[in-house]
Design a protein around this ligand. Structure first.
Ligand code: CP
Length: 309
């Protein structure tokens, strides 16, 4: 198994083969669920997976839980509030406790970049990063890639455009590493404070602040909400930002007819995207969420059962 035995801590450092291996397994699970539904399977009935979520989540938390239960694992759900962390127990002692009581795999979402790496270096069980601050959100990038390839095929011939608040987005960083590994032409577009040209340029993205200059060339456009919880003060009026970078009917009219519209969600309808685009015929936003279950099934299989040979 070429992936790090400590778990999936980020996309950075993964090869095309690593990513394709995960996606191939996710496709196998998707085919099985489409054939048989989420019927009971006892493949991992002797294993326990713990989900430690220290930041809000709907999609990632529930799709991990759905994936874990679909594979027959026992599931422990943990949130900071209501636990001994609220009484001052440290993150390290919390992780050690979860391992001590018998978890075989630990899924962590945390506001602190590097939390999962810290936990993985301390524990004997593998750790999956379900989002760490502004750093990485690898499972989101993988489910996006799976969806993009379903609709658009081999991404080596494709231009993928990421729009909006990029510098505060962990999924944008993971997506950049994923798209570079898969050979896509990856463009990042937003105002200068939200897309730092030197930083992202060095990591291999094309960077522009002018949406009109790139929108007509994109095969796939991926946007996200402004990550308001990660900075103090908006440097420009939100209305000005939305007038320049919102995905609406005017911007859609400048796109290729078959452009694929994606958004990691949660959606802030009327801000970075309007409902006519989010729910329109070019959108793969909700199918991508379902693909998240299959990607997470694949990762659980890989780390509990050596799913990649
Ligand atoms: N896309 C995503 O990570 O959504 P949640 O925050 O709801 O998990």
């Amino acid at each position: 198994m070429p992936l790090d035995k400590r778990g999936l801590l980020g996309i950075y450092g993964l090869t095309r083969d690593d990513i394709m291996g995960i996606l191939d397994l996710a496709r196998e699970y998707k085919a099985r669920v489409e054939r048989e539904g989420f019927k009971h399977c006892d493949k991992f009935k002797d294993y326990t997976v713990a989900n430690l979520f220290l930041e809000p989540s709907t999609r990632t938390r529930f799709s991990f839980e759905q994936a874990e239960k679909a594979l027959g694992a026992r599931v422990l759900n943990f949130q900071g509030q209501g636990s001994s962390m609220a009484k001052g127990e440290s993150f390290a002692d919390t992780c050690r406790t979860i391992e001590a009581i018998g978890a075989d795999l630990l899924v962590i979402r945390s506001p602190v970049p590097g939390s999962q790496e810290f936990a993985a270096n301390m524990l004997k069980i593998p750790v999956i990063n379900a989002g760490d601050g502004q750093h990485e959100h690898p499972t989101q990038a993988l489910l996006d890639a799976l969806t993009m390839m379903e609709y658009k095929g081999d991404l080596r011939q494709k231009t993928v455009l990421r729009v909006g608040d990029i510098s505060h987005s962990r999924s944008a960083r993971s997506e950049l590493f994923t798209m570079k590994a898969l050979g896509a032409d990856f463009v990042m577009c937003g105002p200068p404070n939200f897309v730092l040209p030197e930083y992202y340029g060095k990591l291999g993205a094309r960077v522009t602040h002018d949406l009109d200059s790139v929108i007509g060339t994109a095969d796939i456009i991926r946007t996200s909400r402004i990550q308001r919880e990660r900075f103090q003060k908006m440097f420009m009026q939100p209305g000005e930002f939305f007038s320049m970078y919102q995905l609406n009917l005017k911007t859609l009219a400048k796109c290729k007819k078959d452009v694929l519209i994606m958004h990691g969600a949660p959606l802030r309808r009327g801000e970075e995207i309007i409902s006519e685009v989010a729910d329109g015929p070019n959108s793969a936003i909700f199918p991508a969420m379902r693909n998240g279950v299959y990607v997470r099934m694949a990762l659980i299989d890989i780390f509990l059962g050596g799913g990649l040979k």
